[in-house]
Design a binder for this molecule. Structure first.
Ligand code: KG4
Ligand code: ZN
Length: 334
């Protein structure tokens, strides 16, 4: 099956061509313009998608040796969750190809894409597994019984883990997105005891996360000290902050494994690029921790194409719907 996949839910414009499970070409453009605003500006993101998507698609066609879109069997496009205007660009672009060339089209849930991203390089990962989705927009744990069969075990009640990285990074003077810079600073330090930032416990039986208290704790920790404290102690603050995030992620993942009796973990989403998180997960849960390469952790179209391929095999394709708030529970609806 020849699949063109399109992802434009936030600030990455991405197009990929897949032949069955093989990612033949994958191009992603990260919109750096948002760094000067300290976060993603939705209207700017939409316009940047419009400017890039056509050329990205053309270069994917070139690299794949595709003559034109009529050679495709399916177009897969992210239809939520995400920024409304940003999603609209990818959906409209895909519908254009669908209408002009009569290629069937399907909508794909972005979070399902992140979960499936682990199978791009690890098709052998056995079901069921627990997926920890950690990105700039989402932090959640899912029990994954198969493609299309997900049970949410818990999610963040406020900020996502990546969002906390980005907001703390802003306090420390890093450009958006700050996850990688924080990780690099944190690597200069090994002391996680000098500052112990709080790790929130949320009420109720679920496995929810909370990162806004941690963000506020970092804010007051800096505000209560002299002006040069933050810049003089960046490495220490980054190390302690990152450690608090990782401990929270490991704690809830451990509970998820105990509750479900499952022994396999996938860590996916942009924050899964973090090598310290990956190492600590492996230390905690042994060799049964699967992670995608960084290019498939951050937003990318290849993961959307994989979902489409697997859903097609199971008769689970559905038309795209413009739904910025699309939740995983709705991912199965046709
Ligand atoms: O999955 P993604 O590309 O977009 C969303 O779906 O949100 O994730 C982007 C997030 C950003 O918050 C960014 O700071 C974070 O992933 N990130 C990292 C690292 N690389 C990217 N966070 C921690 N450590 C990293 N190395
Ligand atoms: Zn994402």
């Amino acid at each position: 099956m020849r699949i063109l996949a399109v992802e434009s839910s936030c600030d990455e414009t991405s197009v990929a061509y897949l032949h069955d499970r093989k990612v033949v070409a994958s191009k992603t453009y990260s919109q750096e313009i948002h760094s000067k605003y300290g976060g993603v500006v939705p209207e700017i993101a939409s316009r940047a998608h419009i400017r890039k998507i056509d050329r990205l698609c053309a270069s994917v066609f070139d690299e794949s040796g595709l003559a034109d879109a009529s050679q495709l069997d399916l177009i897969a496009v992210t239809d939520g969750p995400g920024l409304a205007g940003a999603l609209l660009v990818g959906i409209s672009f895909s519908l254009g190809i669908h209408r002009a060339h009569g290629v069937p089209i399907t909508g794909v849930n972005h979070l399902e894409g992140h979960i499936a991203s682990v199978t791009i390089e690890h098709p052998e990962i056995p079901f069921p597994f627990v997926a920890l989705v950690v990105s700039g927009g989402h932090t959640a744990l899912y029990l994954v019984s198969d493609f299309g069969r997900y049970q949410c075990l818990g999610s963040t009640v406020d900020d996502a883990a990546g969002e906390a990285f980005d907001k703390v990074g802003k306090m420390l003077g890093f450009a958006y997105p700050a996850g990688r810079d924080i990780e690099q600073c944190a690597r200069q330090y090994t002391d996680t005891e000098t500052i112990r930032f709080p790790i929130a416990r949320t009420a109720g039986p679920g496995l929810n996360f909370s990162f806004s208290g941690l963000k506020t704790a970092v804010k007051y920790h800096i505000a209560d000290r002299e002006d040069t404290y933050a810049s003089d102690n960046k490495d220490l603050i980054c190390c302690s902050f990152q450690n608090a995030v990782i401990e929270s992620l490991i704690r809830n993942t451990r509970t998820a494994l105990e509750k479900t009796g499952v022994g396999i973990v996938a860590v996916v989403g942009g924050v899964a690029c973090n090598a310290t998180l990956r190492d600590r997960m492996k230390q905690a849960f042994g060799t049964d921790v699967y992670t995608p390469s960084p290019e498939f952790c951050t937003d990318n179209a290849a993961m959307i194409g994989i979902v489409a391929h697997e859903r097609s095999r199971r008769g689970l394709l559905r038309p795209p719907r413009m739904n910025p708030a699309l939740q995983m529970e709705e991912a199965l609806c046709s």
